[in-house]
Structures are given as structure tokens and as C-alpha cells.
Design a protein around this ligand. Structure first.
Ligand SMILES: C[S@@+](CC[C@H](N)C(=O)[O-])C[C@H]1O[C@@H](n2cnc3c(N)ncnc32)[C@H](O)[C@@H]1O
Length: 219
């Protein structure tokens, strides 16, 4: 509960922002044919999935392609502790006429075998890369290389620290980045809290992360 009040909304809005920013490259985005397949690596409580769905159901513009109506979203997570919360969080956003199917794979990225699944059009990693050491980062590169569609979208949201940004750049250097948008400006996440909750839980109100969207091709 404390996580929800302190961090969930701001992490959700950070990921939402990364998807919005990528609109500037909509001429480079993949063709969205049929079901759009989305993978959240280290999905935790599902805030990145909620952020993506917030973007898709956005009343003003919505997803990059108006013809995309079916989204299959998978949360890949090695622990089960987040399951109860995630089961609620991933359903926060919905819209008539858009069909979301939610899946969960309990696995460490070390044991995840993407060849068992069709390719993913979008892969999200929110506050995950900062947790990985160099060996795990190499594993992540291999996972993305096998799991991502030939031309796909990576959305990365993480701590805006030099070491973390260096890891993100190292990861991206393994792909042909066709276009990217990046935002690390600190700003209010746009969510208002009642005064009593704000004083009690001291929620993170400002987006402080590095938020990055990249359109990539596998090398
Ligand atoms: C800081 S949490 C971020 C959760 C969520 N993405 C968010 O933005 O709120 C990092 C998550 O990544 C998961 N994780 C870390 N290393 C992993 C690995 N090697 N394989 C699968 N999940 C991993 C952790 O269990 C944890 O739930």
C-alpha cells in the first residue's frame, strides 16, 4: 500500500511520458499490424503496464495507430510478491473498443526463453536496468535480441544517474537505434494528492527519472 501511495502514480506517469515523447518519430514507428504484443521486463507491481495503457486509452490521441485495437501485454517478473497488487494495477485503465489481454510469466531473465513466444512489438523496462550487474545486462541484451520484433520499440525508465544512464547506453549500443526520444527534466507528475495523504506518506510528486523511447532494429 505504501508503494502505491509513494511511487506507483509517478512511475506510471513517467512511462506514459516516454510513450508520448516518441510521437515525434511517428514516421519511423513500426507498422502495427494485428495484435500489438507488449512485454514488461521486471514488471513488479505493473506501473509501467498501467502507464502504457494510460497512453493507449488517452482521450486526445491514444495509441500511435488508430487501427490497433488488440493489445497482449505480458509481465515478466521473477518474484511472486507483486502479483496481488499487479492484478489490480494492470487493470486501472480500459476503454470500450480496445481489447487488452494480460499475461504473466514468472521467470528470471536468465531462464526466460523468448523463442517460445511470438516476437514482442514493444518492450518496457522501468527501474530494472539499474538493478542489473554487467553480466545480467548482457543477458538482457540477448533476451531483447530474441524477443523483440525485427523493428520494435524499447521504452526505458530509470534513475537519472550517470552510472545508470551509461548502462542504458551500453544496452542500446547493441541495436540499430533508428530514432529515439529522451526526457530527464524534473517536473510534476500531474497527480494531486489530498493534503493528509501527502503529509502522511510523502509521495514522490515529481518525475525525476530518465525516460527514453527508442525505435530499434535488431543488428
Ligand atoms: C524496482 S522494481 C521495478 C518494478 C516496476 N517495473 C516499476 O517500474 O515500478 C524492479 C523489478 O525487477 C525485477 N527483477 C530484477 N531483476 C530481475 C531479473 N533478473 N529477472 C526478472 N525480474 C527481475 C524485480 O523483482 C522487481 O520487481
Amino acid at each position: 500500500m505504501v508503494y502505491v501511495l509513494k511511487y506507483l502514480t509517478v512511475h506510471l506517469r513517467e512511462v506514459y511520458g516516454a510513450f508520448v515523447a516518441l510521437r515525434e518519430h511517428d514516421d519511423q514507428l513500426p507498422e502495427w499490424v494485428g495484435t500489438v504484443r507488449v512485454l514488461s521486463i521486471g514488471g513488479g507491481a505493473g506501473s509501467d503496464i498501467a502507464g502504457f495503457k494510460n497512453f493507449v486509452v488517452d482521450e486526445d490521441e491514444g495509441f500511435y495507430s488508430a487501427s490497433a485495437k488488440q493489445f497482449d501485454i505480458t509481465r515478466l517478473e521473477r518474484v511472486t510478491e507483486w502479483d496481488t497488487l499487479a492484478a489490480k494495477v494492470v487493470h486501472i485503465f480500459s476503454s470500450e473498443g480496445i481489447n487488452f489481454r494480460q499475461f504473466c510469466i514468472h521467470n528470471d531473465i536468465n531462464e526466460f526463453d523468448p523463442s517460445k513466444y511470438p516476437p514482442y512489438d514493444i518492450i518496457m523496462m522501468s527501474y530494472v536496468i539499474s538493478e542489473l550487474d554487467d553480466d545480467a545486462l548482457d543477458v538482457l541484451v540477448n533476451v531483447i535480441s530474441s524477443a523483440l520484433a525485427a523493428r520494435g520499440v524499447l521504452v526505458i525508465n530509470d534513475r537519472n544517474e550517470l552510472a545508470v544512464v551509461a548502462k542504458i547506453e551500453r544496452l542500446l549500443s547493441n541495436f540499430n537505434v533508428v530514432a529515439r526520444s529522451q526526457d530527464k527534466d524534473e517536473c510534476w507528475c500531474g497527480i494531486k494528492y489530498p493534503d493528509e495523504l501527502r503529509e502522511l506518506f510523502k509521495p514522490k510528486l515529481n518525475m525525476k527519472s530518465v525516460r527514453l523511447g527508442a525505435i530499434v532494429e535488431r543488428l
